[in-house]
Design a protein around this ligand. Structure first.
Ligand code: DX5
Ligand code: ZN
Length: 216
């Protein structure tokens, strides 16, 4: 299991140090939650902040866009150094065109789906995707409870990926903790985002090691 600590739960007054802390603790990717106060009822940070933080680590930047009209900002996030860009199928941009913008920039494309969205919507694009992000909470805030029902989507997508012979990764985001990560692992998840479960713990390395060990 790969662990992507969500910086949403870090101490933003020492953002760079928190990335370095997560890196040293064994994070596989850095999950960066971009919120616009419109697509979700919360605001975080944008491309200029990510650009300034890019050289804090060599770990991949997994940028999760929870914004309206994501197609307008793909260039900015690519310039900022995003390695993976996820955007929501529920946002108002054309999905195929937005994926093309990401592909043209050489960034790995991913589609994210909210809890109420059927995984069917990603099927027409699955062959083009580096990753599918299945939300296991309503997007907007850290510290919410994991929705186990979402594992049906993971099982469904895993089967479809295998049948097509793809290597598309499945990421889950929201409520991942010691008590829930084994459920995600069993369903066939490749990457778990974890905010509170990493940054809310006194020892981030121990937290990540424990989460990984629970998937074995
Ligand atoms: C929620 C964000 C998540 C969030 C997860 O909209 O996409 O990445 O930070 O936080 P936890 O792990 O605390 O549920
Ligand atoms: Zn996220």
């Amino acid at each position: 299991m790969l662990i992507a600590p969500s910086l949403l739960s870090c101490d933003f007054s020492i953002f760079r140090d928190e990335i370095i802390r997560a890196d040293k603790a064994g994070a596989d990717l850095m999950h960066l939650d971009v919120m616009d106060g419109h697509f979700v009822p919360n605001l975080t940070f944008g491309a200029p902040v990510i650009k300034k933080l890019r050289n804090a680590t060599e770990k991949p930047f997994d940028v999760h866009l929870m914004i309206s009209e994501p197609h307008r900002y793909i260039g900015d996030f690519a310039d900022a150094g995003a390695d993976i860009i996820s955007f929501h199928t529920e946002s108002d941009s054309d999905i195929g065109e937005t994926l093309s913008l990401i592909e043209e920039r050489g960034v790995k494309p991913a589609l994210a789906i909210k809890p109420g969205t059927s995984p069917d919507v990603v099927l027409p694009y699955l062959d083009r995707l580096y990753m599918v992000l299945v939300m296991t909470v309503e997007p907007g805030f850290g510290g919410q409870s994991f929705m186990p029902d979402m594992m049906e989507k993971v099982t469904f997508l895993r089967k479809e990926i295998e049948e097509r012979g793809l290597d598309t990764l499945i990421e889950v985001d929201g409520g991942i903790a010691k008590s829930t990560i084994a459920t995600a692992a069993k369903a066939g998840v490749d990457i778990c985002v974890a905010g509170t479960a990493v940054f809310g713990e006194p020892d981030a390395k121990e937290a990540i090691d424990t989460l990984k060990s629970l998937c074995e």
